[in-house]
Design a protein around this ligand. Structure first.
Ligand SMILES: *Cc1c(COP(=O)(O)O)cnc(C)c1O
Length: 430
């Protein structure tokens, strides 16, 4: 399988090159030359297959033989080595829990898959690998945990000061070793801009193999298809409406890819918070990126979603086709709070703010349709967000991995939004 740039001004590359470089030099995103079609009737056979097997079947065409099958199967097993339960909320609504991985967010799947692919593909080179990631909270933890202890890999995580939760900060700063947490006195968009400069800095590229671990990397993006298959394996009834809490739109673009591959879905809902660039785009056809505004679901505070171009590319830029496949809605913080309270009072279920946006968007979209049913993605565990215990006035149950974190001290470097300072810190590590 070859990968092209969505900007169309870079040459086609192999899976290996796309993974190791992260992003094409023309500033676009890598996109597969072909969307792999599922074998006929594949979705009906899911019930008899293990998670590992499904993951392997889904990803194999995209790897195109560049990792041997036995090793690829192991990588898939490690990427999905925890449960992905689909749980009933009401008659017509279900939740797909994606927070049972080591850092309690869906990003563990992509981060674990990617770190192992880099371990495998990067061993062909004797140069050090530098992994750069900007995070609004969950990405950094998942990527840092995925790469922690990998020989020959340095990880730099940029996170915005005061905008990540206590658990998230501890997950980023307590690993040490090859993981460096840098707190930037700015917002997520500024962290992402700094990360992009590092990635394209010729002097840095001279010294190390540099790659991004943001969801733009195909080795993080493509495995996000797996759990849509796991959910369908449990699904009983007409094709589901699937509501995806969205920020950078990697998760949703992966869902749409499964659908184009042949996995049945009735419709996708891009569940956004007040950062409504995409809902506005679908309504008006005008794409108007702008600075993000802070909300309770801070992992989705994105004003210029990087993966949206992949969604457009999947439908060959036919916006009409996109509208037939998906809706996008914007949910306010007030609705998010109300949804968290209602789910707890009525169902005893503790939502996190991102899942709450997804749940509310799902409820809204199936309200008027008597025979529609669907699920939403619960993208992180509620304990990762300090707001949840404030809203519910009850302390959340602490998973063991979190109680252990609270006993540790983090180490971070604090910097202003200043590329030269960042560059000198990073240069020392490589
Ligand atoms: C990253 C993240 C999202 C947004 O996912 P995208 O793929 O960037 O749209 C949603 N919820 C949580 C908890 C996240 O960490």
């Amino acid at each position: 399988m070859h990968y092209f740039s969505t900007n169309g001004r870079s040459r086609a590359v192999s899976f290996r090159e796309a993974v190791l470089t992260g992003q094409p030099v023309d500033g676009g995103l890598y996109f597969p030359a072909e969307i792999a079609r599922l074998p006929r009737g594949y979705e009906k056979s899911l019930g008899s297959k293990s998670r590992e097997q499904i993951a392997f079947d889904v990803i194999r065409p995209y790897v195109g033989g560049e990792i041997d099958d036995i090793r690829l199967f192991e990588i898939c097993s490690e990427a999905v080595a925890f449960p992905f339960p689909l749980i009933r909320m009401t008659d017509r609504t279900y939740v797909l829990e994606l927070f049972h991985g080591p850092t309690l967010a869906f990003k563990d799947v992509g981060a674990r898959f990617m770190s192992r692919c880099i371990g495998e593909l990067g061993t062909m080179s004797d140069r050090q690998m530098l992994v750069v990631v900007a995070t609004s909270g969950d990405t950094g933890g998942a990527v840092a945990a995925g790469f922690h202890g990998s020989i020959g890999v340095q990880v730099v995580v940029l996170f915005p000061k005061g905008k990540v939760s206590r658990v998230q900060e501890l997950q980023l700063t307590t690993l040490g070793g090859n993981v460096l947490g840098i707190e930037v006195d700015g917002d997520f968009d500024e962290c992402q801009a700094l990360a992009k400069r590092l990635l394209s800095d010729p002097e840095i590229r001279e010294r190390a193999n540099v790659t991004s671990a943001n969801s733009i990397n195909i080795a993080r993006w493509l495995p996000q298809q797996f759990y849509y298959f796991f959910a369908f394996r449990e699904w009983d009834g007409p094709p589901p409406v699937i509501s995806v809490p969205s920020g950078n739109f990697g998760n949703l673009a992966a869902g749409v890819l499964t659908s184009l591959s042949g996995l049945p879905a009735s419709r996708f809902i891009a569940a956004c918070n007040a950062n409504d660039v995409i809902p506005e785009f679908l309504a008006s056809g005008v794409y108007r990126p702008r600075p993000s505004v802070p909300t309770l679901s801070n992992a989705m505070d994105v004003g210029d979603p990087s993966n949206f171009v992949r969604l457009l590319k999947s439908v060959n830029y036919e916006v009409g086709d996109l509208r037939r496949m998906m809706d996008a809605v914007s949910i306010t913080d007030e609705e998010t709070i109300r949804t968290i309270r209602e789910a707890y009072d009525d169902l005893g279920y503790v939502l996190d703010p991102h899942g709450a946006v997804g749940y509310r968007a799902l409820q809204r979209s199936i309200e008027g349709l008597s025979d529609a049913a669907g699920y939403f993605l619960e993208t992180a565990h509620p304990v990762k967000f300090d707001s949840v215990s404030e809203i519910l006035a009850v302390p959340p149950d602490l998973p063991p991995s979190v109680s252990e974190l609270f006993g540790r001290t983090g180490h971070k470097i604090e910097i202003p939004v200043d590329y030269e300072i960042l560059r000198s810190i990073v240069t020392e590590r490589i």
